[in-house]
Ligand binder design. Structure first.
Ligand code: C2E
Ligand code: CA
Ligand code: CA
Ligand code: CA
Length: 279
C-alpha cells in the first residue's frame, strides 16, 4: 500500500520493518548458537503411572545465550517458523537424540524411549526421511526407541502429505505422538486416519482437572476415546500427587510433569545416572 499519511511516519511499515530485522537478527544468533555449542537438551522423564517405572524422556531444547542467558524455547522457536535455522536445529536435535540413546544404552538403560518434538517445517522437509535413514545406519537400530511428537498445527497444514510421511517413517520403525492434544484447530476425524501410538493431553487440562469440572470431563473422555481407538495416553504437566492418583484411576498410562521430575540437563542426567550405576 502507498504511504497516504503525507509526512506522517508510517507506523505500520516501521513495525513490520522492526519485526523483520528482529527476526533476521535472531536467525543470525541462532545460527551462531549452533556453531558455538550453546544448544543442548533437557530431558524430562516419563513414567508408567501404575508402576512408577521410567519409560522414557522428552527432549526439550535449551539455549543458553552468552549474554542473555537462558532463552526459553517458547520465545525463539515461534520466531523461527519457516526458516532454514529451524530445520538445522531440528536435524541437530534428531542427531542429539540418537547420541543420547546410545549413551543411555551404554549405561544399561535399555528400555527407555526418547520423544523428540518435530516442527511442521521439518515434518514436511524432503530431507527428513533420508536423514533418519543415515542416523539409523550410523547409530544402529534405534527407530523403535524414538517417538516423534507432532502438533495439530502440523497435521492440519497438509494432512495427506503428513500421512504419507508418517507411513514411510513407520516402515522404518519410528512411532508418532500428538502433542498438546485438545488445543489445536483440527477436528477429531483425522485421529482415525493417523498412524499414531500416543496422544499427549495438554497440560492446561491436567492443571485444571481437579478443580474444574469441564477440564476433568475433557481429560476423562479423551482418555476413554483414545483407548477405544487403540492408542495410549501421556498426561503432561502433572504437578501434584492428587493429579497423578486421579490420572491413575482414569487408566492413563504415562505421566510427565514437575511432580514426577523437572526436565534435567543432559550433562546432569548422565552424572546422576553414572553415580547410580557406581552405587
Ligand atoms: P511442549 O512440547 O508441550 O513441552 C512441554 C513443556 O512443558 C516444556 O516446556 C516443559 O518444561 C514444560 N513442563 C513439563 N512439566 C511441566 C509441569 O509440570 N508444569 C508446567 N507448568 N510445565 C511443565 P519448555 O521446555 O519451555 O518447552 C516449551 C515448548 O517449546 C515445548 O512445549 C515445545 O512446543 C517447544 N520445544 C521444546 N523443545 C523443542 C524442540 O526440540 N523442537 C521443537 N520444534 N519444539 C520444541
Ligand atoms: Ca512436546
Ligand atoms: Ca506438549
Ligand atoms: Ca505446550
Amino acid at each position: 500500500a502507498k504511504d497516504q499519511g503525507g509526512n506522517r511516519p508510517c507506523l505500520y511499515n516501521e513495525q513490520m520493518y522492526r519485526a523483520l530485522t528482529r527476526r533476521t537478527q535472531l536467525e543470525e544468533e541462532v545460527r551462531e548458537a549452533l556453531n558455538y555449542d550453546e544448544l543442548s537438551f533437557a530431558l524430562q522423564p516419563q513414567i508408567e503411572i501404575l508402576t512408577g517405572r521410567l519409560v522414557g524422556f522428552e527432549a526439550l531444547l535449551r539455549w543458553i545465550h552468552p549474554q542473555k542467558g537462558f532463552v526459553p524455547p517458547d520465545e525463539f522457536i515461534p520466531l523461527l517458523e519457516n526458516t532454514e535455522s529451524m530445520l538445522r536445529i531440528g536435524y541437530w536435535g534428531l542427531r542429539k537424540a540418537f547420541e543420547i540413546l546410545q549413551r543411555l544404552r551404554a549405561m544399561g538403560l535399555m528400555g527407555c524411549k526418547i520423544a523428540v518434538n518435530l516442527s511442521a517445517e521439518q515434518m514436511l522437509d524432503s530431507r527428513l526421511g533420508p536423514y533418519l535413514q543415515e542416523l539409523l545406519a550410523e547409530f544402529g537400530p534405534y527407530a523403535q526407541w524414538v517417538e516423534l511428537e507432532l502438533t495439530e498445527r502440523t497435521l492440519v497444514m497438509d494432512i495427506d502429505h503428513c500421512l504419507g510421511i508418517m507411513h514411510q517413517l513407520r516402515e522404518m520403525g519410528f512411532s508418532f505422538s500428538i502433542d498438546d492434544f485438545g488445543t489445536g484447530y483440527s477436528s477429531l476425524s483425522y485421529l482415525k486416519k493417523m498412524p499414531v501410538e500416543v496422544i499427549k493431553i495438554d497440560r492446561s487440562f491436567v492443571a485444571g482437572m481437579l478443580e474444574n469440572h469441564a477440564d476433568y470431563q475433557i481429560v476423562s473422555s479423551t482418555i476413554a476415546m483414545v483407548h477405544n481407538l487403540g492408542m495410549r495416553v501421556v498426561a503432561e504437566g502433572v504437578e501434584n500427587k492428587d493429579q497423578l492418583r486421579c490420572l491413575n484411576e482414569l487408566d492413563c498410562e504415562i505421566g510427565q510433569g514437575y511432580y514426577i521430575s523437572r526436565p534435567i540437563m543432559e550433562s546432569d542426567l548422565f552424572s546422576i545416572l553414572s553415580s547410580k550405576v557406581k552405587d
